[in-house]
Design a protein around this ligand. Structure first.
Ligand code: GGG
Length: 373
């Protein structure tokens, strides 16, 4: 039996709640399936550490993570720390040194969940967004000078390299090839950005020649927002730059029902470093400490982690349990219009994993009744 060592980094806000929930679910799954074993080391990296010692994670943090099979991450962001410090201090400080260059964001309307788009069903909206995760607008190039003076200036320079663009296109087309539609939309803005984005388009066309079985199309990012809302069924695999995909994937999550259910994988496809799995949502300090965060995004991220680790059967088992629970509106948290707590959703997923009938438990006024928590 394979034993996976996972680094758990809950980070800030509701990251604490949803990672604790995900750890319980993964432990329950390992106990039930007996096909793999899992153990967790917990890291207190995040904004509280920054306030205490001046850094979000230790200087050798990325090197420490090399000792793990995968990283299970919550969220980063605090109301009293500027967002650029939290993002660069923790999330990007892990993704970039570990070269997790492919950020994979599947979007589907799960059973029991309704899209805000009229008449759009789960058949119409089934996408995978591939976010370039190592360079582009997040390359970290730029600067600020003459602070406070009339001629103060600031730059953020997008960096596109042939190496970076080629590998993300290849990765995206492989994903597209593995899906029934074999269709990939390349998001661009090469009308306005006439260097980096033009090279992005050119390299996409070059790499596409190696994928004659995949239908490729190009779409400007502004037009893409319209396409996603008006013709969702016409899309399948989508590849976009770091910033464009960040924005489009929030839209995608909202169109599929809630950002609370959306998962993501920060992959190092070469497997030379551990990959990192996290819900798309941030720390959500408006609901921190209330026990009402939706843990489904972190559970679905755990599915992606198991798939990456080669545990396809366990991943499928967890996904079925998630879908059984989302099918029942009694287990919808506030973001989905319900009243369930994080604890109730978590316990329901564990019950389904263990083969218990949650509908029966509810009728009996058992573990899941609102009053029980
Ligand atoms: N779990 C995702 C998370 O914590 N995201 C924080 C954030 O600010 N993300 C922005 C970005 O990655 O561009």
């Amino acid at each position: 039996m394979r034993h996976f060592k996972i680094a758990a980094i809950p980070g800030d806000g509701i990251g604490q709640d949803v990672i604790a929930a995900g750890v319980r679910v993964l432990e329950a799954l390992a106990k039930r399936d007996r096909s793999f074993a899992v153990s967790f080391d917990h890291f207190d990296w995040g904004s509280d550490r920054y306030k205490a010692v001046g850094s979000f994670m230790p200087e050798d943090g990325a090197a420490q993570l090399q000792n793990y099979d995968a990283i299970y991450f919550g969220a980063v962001g605090a109301p009293d720390i500027p967002d650029h410090l939290t993002l660069w201090g923790l999330r990007l400080n892990i993704c970039q040194p570990l070269d997790q260059y492919a950020n994979v964001r599947p979007t589907r309307i799960l059973p029991g969940i309704t899209s805000p788009l009229a008449d759009v069903t789960s058949e119409d909206l089934d996408w995978v967004i591939i976010r370039e995760n190592s360079e582009g607008e997040y390359a970290g190039q730029g600067g600020r000078s003459h602070k406070g003076q009339p001629h103060e200036m600031a730059t953020d320079v997008s960096v596109f390299t042939r190496h970076g663009v080629e590998r993300i296109m290849r990765y995206a087309f492989e994903v597209a090839r593995s899906r029934p539609a074999k269709h990939c939309t390349i998001v661009t803005k090469s009308n306005a950005q006439r260097y980096g984005m033009v090279m992005w388009d050119e390299i996409a066309a070059e790499v596409a020649r190696d994928f004659p079985d995949v239908t490729i199309e190009k779409m400007l990012v502004d037009a893409m927002t319209v396409r996603m809302t008006m013709q969702p069924a016409s899309l399948d695999t989508i590849v976009a730059t770091n910033l464009h995909a960040d924005i489009l994937s929030d839209l995608a999550a909202a169109l599929s029902g809630s950002i609370g259910i959306a998962p993501t994988a920060n992959l190092n496809p070469d497997r030379s470093t551990p990959s990192m799995f996290e819900p798309i949502h941030g720390s959500a300090f408006d609901i921190t400490g209330k026990g009402i965060a939706n843990p489904i995004g972190s559970f679905w991220s755990a599915v992606m982690m198991l798939e990456h680790l080669g545990e396809a059967a366990a991943a499928a088992h967890l996904m079925r349990a998630i879908e059984t629970v989302t099918s029942n509106p009694m287990y919808h948290t506030a973001d989905l219009g319900g009243t369930a707590t994080t604890e109730q959703v978590t316990q329901a997923v564990i019950d389904v994993i263990d083969g218990r009938n949650i509908a029966e438990a509810d009728k009996a006024g058992g573990a899941h009744a609102q009053s029980g928590d």
